[in-house]
Design a protein around this ligand. Structure first.
Ligand code: UT7
Length: 331
């Protein structure tokens, strides 16, 4: 018999420092007006120089564990989704394991861009269903400021830092939500539209690669935008079909917080009123893998979700990956 999978705890962390649009106006040739009209973003959080991705991840993990009333030692596995690992290897999950005082459980890195949370829900739930795993900590964290080219106005105005975590469990005890199923996919044909070309085995770090700024995130914004809308709409449709429900059954869509215009376009594409989409990007910017879980955590703290309602996290990211899941909110 398939075991049911619950989200027992949820937590998110944004670094202290806030970078506003008006501060960005002093750094690159941009304006608050352009950023707000083209993206919706007003401010974002930026990690301190001595904070690595694992530090952000550990903060979010501790909050999720406290929310679940569980200890790090209760975790049977730790997954960390990030595109800004502390180092190319070992996995950032191993650093987090040490920082939160977990036991010697398996640690897994997931590299799927902004689809991180939904990918981990799907992958970890496979382990939980099969057993003997009972509790798995999934964390999405990114320090995008570390790979941001602060001279590139087309990317530096949208990227930000943050982390979010969920404790998944097979035990139905004080749970926040139940995971009912989802859909994950990737289209490698678009892999180079959003990438960090330098520092890997294709272009190892050299003076030349650094001079060519290959160690920074590169994005073809216009093309990514088009894929984002189409692929997320497809993921929504697939996840709904898999769960045997329709769009009207979903009370709240919790999309990847990339750009308000993308969220508006998806709402229009799938014929769902914009009011049913959670948007916090005005305050957070695009925090990559963590973004939708940060949005979910902020919205639940504001009391937006009611017991029994269905939620749909939906994301899109580097890869090009896409993903959507169905959750039943418990409180
Ligand atoms: O999280 C992973 C997934 N990523 C995304 O989902 C991002 C998807 N893409 C986007 O959100 C948008 O494409 C951007 C926000 C990145 C860019 O918005 P856009 O409306 O697609 O702008 P654009 O690239 O077509 O540029 C329009 C104009 C250009 O000027 P010209 O050539 O028309 O004179 C740009 O040079 O806007 C200019 N521009 C800016 N102007 C002021 C680009 N960035 C800026 C800026 N400030 N920051």
């Amino acid at each position: 018999m398939t075991r049911r999978i619950f989200i027992r705890g949820l937590g998110s962390y944004l670094p202290e420092k806030v970078l506003t649009n008006s501060e960005l106006e002093k750094m690159v040739d941009t304006s608050d007006e352009w950023i707000v009209t083209r993206t919706g973003i007003r401010e974002r959080h930026i990690a301190a120089a001595d904070q690595a991705t694992s530090d952000l991840a550990a903060e979010a993990a501790k909050l999720a564990l406290a929310d679940a009333s569980l200890d790090a030692k209760d975790m049977d596995a730790i997954f960390v989704a990030t595109v800004t690992p502390d180092m190319p290897f070992p996995s950032t999950a191993c650093f987090v394991q040490q920082k939160i005082g977990a036991g010697n459980c398996p640690c897994v890195g997931v590299e799927v861009g902004c689809s991180g949370i939904v990918y981990m829900l799907e992958l970890a739930s496979g382990l939980l269903e099969r057993g003997p795993y009972k509790n798995i900590l999934i964390i999405a964290a990114d320090k995008l400021s570390a790979v941001t080219d602060w001279t590139d106005r087309s990317t530096c105005v949208i990227l930000a830092d943050g982390a979010a975590a969920m404790v998944l469990s097979t035990e139905e005890k004080g749970v926040r939500a139940e995971y009912l199923g989802g859909f994950i996919a990737a289209n490698g044909a678009g892999a180079e539209l959003l990438c960090q070309p330098g520092g890997g085995s294709r272009n190892p770090a050299t003076e030349k690669s650094v001079a060519e700024r290959l160690h920074f995130l590169k994005m073809n914004g216009k093309e990514v935008f088009k894929h984002a809308v189409k692929d997320m709409a497809f993921a929504v449709d697939m996840a709904l079909r898999r769960c045997g429900i329709g769009p009207d059954d979903i009370a709240h869509f919790v999309p990847h917080q990339a750009n308000m215009r993308i969220i508006e376009a998806i709402a229009e594409y799938v014929h769902i009123p914009l009011e049913r989409f959670v948007a916090v990007l005005q305050r957070t910017g695009n925090t990559s893998s963590a973004s939708l879980a940060i949005a979910m955590d902020m919205a639940r703290r504001e009391g937006r979700f009611k017991r029994g309602e269905l939620l749909m996290p939906v994301a899109f990211g580097a890869g090009l990956t896409s993903s959507a899941a169905v959750l039943r909110w418990n409180g």
